[in-house]
Structure formats: structure tokens, C-alpha cells
Design a protein around this ligand. Structure first.
Ligand code: AMP
Ligand code: MG
Length: 486
């Protein structure tokens, strides 16, 4: 017996019409090497490696050279609006190896990314480079530890093959775990390219898989749309709370499950600005920090459009239902945002002015050009005496409003501090730390990557693992950009 026997692979997605996917195997690679393997995640999924933890076996599996038992890999078809323009896409370099059923009965996609060409590759080589795959690994794992819904990373192997990007790079394959890979773009594809029965089958499948409690609703498709809207509003608010900028919020990069998906040129905010953009390809700032809420709204209207044929037989009625569901988004987002901000500021109960208080801090941060994570950390740990910036009149004014609000809490100050410490990370994957770890990894030294990964494992407490990174939390490069050379 080996671990692939404990890897319970099914493929319920392949029961949909064949137009939703193509059966295709990963392309074998020449000289794979296991770079990192997430044993903790494997254990939590109930994949037992104790029979066969031989590195060579893991390497062969995670490179796609030897497929686990019962695996019938497919690549999924989808479409998407990329920076506002509609395209037919699909997994151009990804293979869904199968769906694994965890011990608690939950179903997870196991997907390889960078595993070779597919019918959806267009002009792409089907491959991925090592640094971007490690980037997805570390940032998705950090997001998970920050309690933000996200796909997870199980392993990265290098392929021993060079690929052409801005220069020759080492190829790599990421194994990623997701509640599913059904995207807003999957519904756009079904609506635009397939017939009504196929669209309905996709919606029924997505509801049964992600929102089974809605199956008995009077109009399950409307309830589904509303549930996705709520989950996306919560997700975007949680990104904003930690200063995360996704960078490519195209409709093909938005998952129906409400998980963060497709980490490309994403980054964490350092110096706070609503206009912060890191991605070199986002030249108009479509997906800048302060536009993410709007971008998600735009994407959700594309989902609503795609579902219209299912909402009612009467077209006018269907459009009205879709519109009123979408109109709820702003409330959902504001609600999620302000409740998270209350926790970040240690506020119990609700006061209407809390919104102004939170906005006031952000405005001060933007004007004072201070680090986002560090400012909240200083508030949570009462570390305001050392830094001159907190002596400014503008800060003192805000601070006295905040103190007055804290004093109106019905619970003691101690409870506010512990609430804040549970909601303000000490550390996030700062860009320059990630870049340093990745360039060492490209040079063959994984130690900085492992050290940073460990530091990010418990982001809500000071520890010997993360304190070494906290002295250097400011990025020495204020013009830092992320590139899409994935
Ligand atoms: P992304 O920007 O990673 O979300 O990818 C957008 C689309 O391009 C998806 O359909 C990907 O599968 C496809 N794609 C990205 N990189 C490659 C590549 N190297 N080879 C083939 N397809 C790719
Ligand atoms: Mg994508």
C-alpha cells in the first residue's frame, strides 16, 4: 500500500457535459525535484504518506510523471472578462487530477498548475516558472493563516526543464487544493457557448457542491446568486482588512466557492494608499486596492447576467431579480467591512460613527504615508510612544476620538486589546521579504523561504520565528512592482 491508495480520487465534474472539460494527462517532465511538500495540509486532508514517504515517490506523483490510482485528469473549459474584455479561456496549463474526499466528507479539487499544454493553451507553453509557483505557495498559505478563504498549496516540484519568460527560468509545477475551480467565468462560458440545459446542469452542480442547503429553496438559482454575492463581499472585505491586493480580478479569477484563487501579481500593501497598485500589467489601476470592491461588483454582475436564463421564464422578471440581488452587494460589503474594522480597532457594540472613525484612521495613514500592518500592530500592542509619527496633531486628534469610543465599550479595555490582537496580524508576507526568499530559492537556497513560511504560520502573535523579520518590515523599494511572468 502506498499513499496514492489513501488519496480518494473521484471526478464528479466529469459527469457534466463534455463541453465543460477535456480529458488530458499532464506532460511528463525530464528531471523533477521535490522543492516543498505541505505535510500538515496532507494530514488534514487525510492523505496518509506514512507508507511511502520516499521522496522519489512524492516527486514522481507531484510532477505528473506517475499519476495516482483512479486519476482521470481533465482540463476545465471556461471564459472570462480580462480587464473588461471577454475571452474564451480554459486551463491552459493546469490539470485537475481529481477530487479528494477528506475524512470529514468534504470534497477538494487537486490540481496541478504548470503541468503541460492542453487544448486551452492558446499560444502558451503550458508551463510555469519556479518563483511564481513558490510565490503562490507562500502567499496562499499566509492567507489561510490570516483566516481568509483561499485555495491551498500542497507541493511544488521543479521540472528540470527550462522555460522562456523574460529570460530562461526553471520550470515548476504547483499542486493546489481548492473547494472547486468553478469560476464566474465558467458560468459566462456556459451562458455564451452552451445550451440552457448545460447551464442549468452547471448551476445544479455548483449548488449541490457548494451550497447544498439551497437545493430546497423556492428559487435555488436566485439563492445561489445571493450566496455567491455574500461570500464575495465577505472575501473582498477580508482582503481589505489585511491590505491584500489581488492584482488580476478578472472574472476567470473569481471562484464561486468564495475562496481567493489564482495568485499572480498580488501583493500586500506596505505604505497605505487607496490607489496602491503593484501589478505591472495593471497600468490603469483597474484592480488597485481601493477599487477591489467595485471590481468584485462588476464581476458579480457578469455572474448575474449569466444566470438570468435560470432565474425566471419571464425575462423581465429574471432581470429584475438579478438586479435586486446585485443591489444587495453594497450593503453586504459595507457590513463585512465595518464589522472587521470594529474588530481591528477593538470596538464592541455598534455606533453609527464607527464608519467615520475607521475612515479617519485610513485618511491619516494615507496622508502620513505609514505602513498599514505596522500601524494597526502599534495600536493593538500600544506601541505609540517610540515613533514620532504618532506625535503629530492629526494623529492625536484621531487617537482621542478612538479613546473616547473605546471608553464607551461595555467591556473592559483588556477585552478590546485581545480582540485587536486576534484581528491585527503582527506579520504579513511583505513584498521585499517574499522577493528575497524567492530569489534565494531560484539560486537553489530554500532556507530563507522556509524561514519566512514558518514566520507566517502564526501571524497573530510575536514569536522568535517572526521577530527577525519585523525590524525590516519596510520595503526599501517604494516603486516595487509585481510582474506577470508566471
Ligand atoms: P492567469 O492570468 O494565470 O489567470 O491565466 C489566464 C489564462 O491564460 C488562463 O486560461 C491560463 O490557463 C492561461 N495561461 C497562463 N499562462 C499560460 C501558459 N504558460 N501556457 C498556457 N496557458 C497559460
Ligand atoms: Mg486565472
Amino acid at each position: 500500500m502506498n499513499f496514492s491508495d489513501t488519496w480518494q480520487l473521484e471526478n464528479s465534474y466529469a459527469k457534466l457535459s463534455g463541453k465543460f472539460y477535456t480529458p488530458i494527462k499532464p506532460t511528463p517532465v525530464r528531471a523533477p525535484k521535490l522543492i516543498i511538500f505541505n505535510e500538515k495540509l496532507a494530514n488534514s486532508l487525510g492523505i496518509d504518506f506514512s507508507y511511502d514517504d520516499d521522496e522519489e515517490a512524492l516527486t514522481q506523483i507531484f510532477s505528473g510523471n506517475s499519476l495516482p490510482k483512479n486519476s482521470n485528469p481533465i482540463s476545465q473549459a471556461y471564459a472570462g472578462h480580462q480587464f473588461g474584455h471577454f475571452s474564451i479561456l480554459g486551463d491552459g496549463r493546469a490539470h485537475l487530477i481529481g477530487e479528494h474526499i477528506a475524512p470529514d466528507g468534504k470534497r477538494f479539487d487537486i490540481q496541478f498548475k504548470g503541468s503541460g499544454q492542453t487544448p486551452y493553451s492558446r499560444n502558451g507553453d503550458g508551463r510555469a516558472a519556479l518563483a511564481p509557483m513558490l510565490r503562490e505557495y507562500i502567499i496562499s498559505e499566509a492567507m489561510h493563516e490570516l483566516n481568509i478563504p483561499t485555495t491551498r498549496s500542497l507541493a511544488v516540484v521543479s521540472t528540470g526543464e527550462s522555460i522562456m519568460r523574460s529570460s530562461l527560468k526553471e520550470g515548476a509545477i504547483l499542486t493546489r487544493i481548492a473547494e472547486s475551480h468553478i469560476r464566474v467565468g465558467t458560468f459566462e462560458y456556459a451562458n455564451k457557448m452552451l445550451d440552457l440545459e448545460e447551464l442549468k446542469a452547471l448551476a445544479d452542480y455548483a449548488i449541490a457542491r457548494h451550497y447544498p442547503e439551497l437545493l430546497n429553496q423556492k428559487n435555488p438559482y436566485l439563492s445561489f446568486l445571493k450566496a455567491v454575492i455574500t461570500n464575495q463581499a465577505k472575501l473582498i472585505a477580508s482582503w481589505m482588512h489585511v491590505g491584500f491586493i489581488h492584482g488580476v480580478m478578472n472574472t476567470d479569477n473569481m471562484a464561486i466557492s468564495g475562496e481567493t484563487i489564482d495568485y499572480g501579481p498580488c501583493a500586500f500593501m506596505d505604505i497605505f494608499s487607496m490607489n496602491r497598485v503593484f501589478s505591472s500589467i495593471d497600468s490603469h489601476g483597474r484592480y488597485k486596492y481601493g477599487s477591489q470592491a467595485h471590481a468584485a461588483h462588476w464581476n458579480l454582475t457578469k455572474l448575474a447576467d449569466s444566470l438570468i436564463p435560470l432565474l425566471s421564464k419571464n425575462m423581465d422578471e429574471a432581470v429584475k431579480l438579478a438586479g435586486s440581488a446585485i443591489d444587495e452587494y453594497a450593503n453586504e460589503l459595507n457590513h463585512a467591512w465595518i464589522s472587521g474594522m470594529r474588530s481591528k480597532l477593538g470596538l464592541f457594540e455598534k455606533e453609527e460613527e464607527d464608519f467615520i472613525l475607521a475612515q479617519g484612521l485610513l485618511e491619516w495613514m494615507e496622508n502620513s504615508k505609514v505602513d498599514y500592518t505596522e500601524t494597526f500592530r502599534d495600536l493593538a500592542y500600544e506601541n505609540l510612544s517610540e515613533n514620532q509619527i504618532y506625535k503629530s496633531l492629526a494623529f492625536k486628534e484621531w487617537h482621542s476620538l478612538w479613546q473616547a469610543r473605546l471608553s464607551r465599550n461595555k467591556r473592559p479595555l483588556k477585552s478590546s486589546h485581545s480582540l485587536m490582537r486576534r484581528n491585527n496580524p503582527v506579520i504579513v508576507p511583505y513584498n521585499h521579504l517574499v522577493e528575497e526568499a524567492l530569489s534565494a530559492a531560484e539560486g537553489g537556497n530554500m532556507q530563507p523561504f522556509f524561514a519566512l513560511l514558518s514566520a507566517l504560520e502564526r501571524p497573530f502573535e510575536f514569536s522568535s520565528l517572526n521577530e527577525v523579520f519585523l525590524n525590516s518590515s519596510l520595503d526599501p523599494n517604494p516603486n516595487y512592482q509585481t510582474f506577470c511572468g508566471t
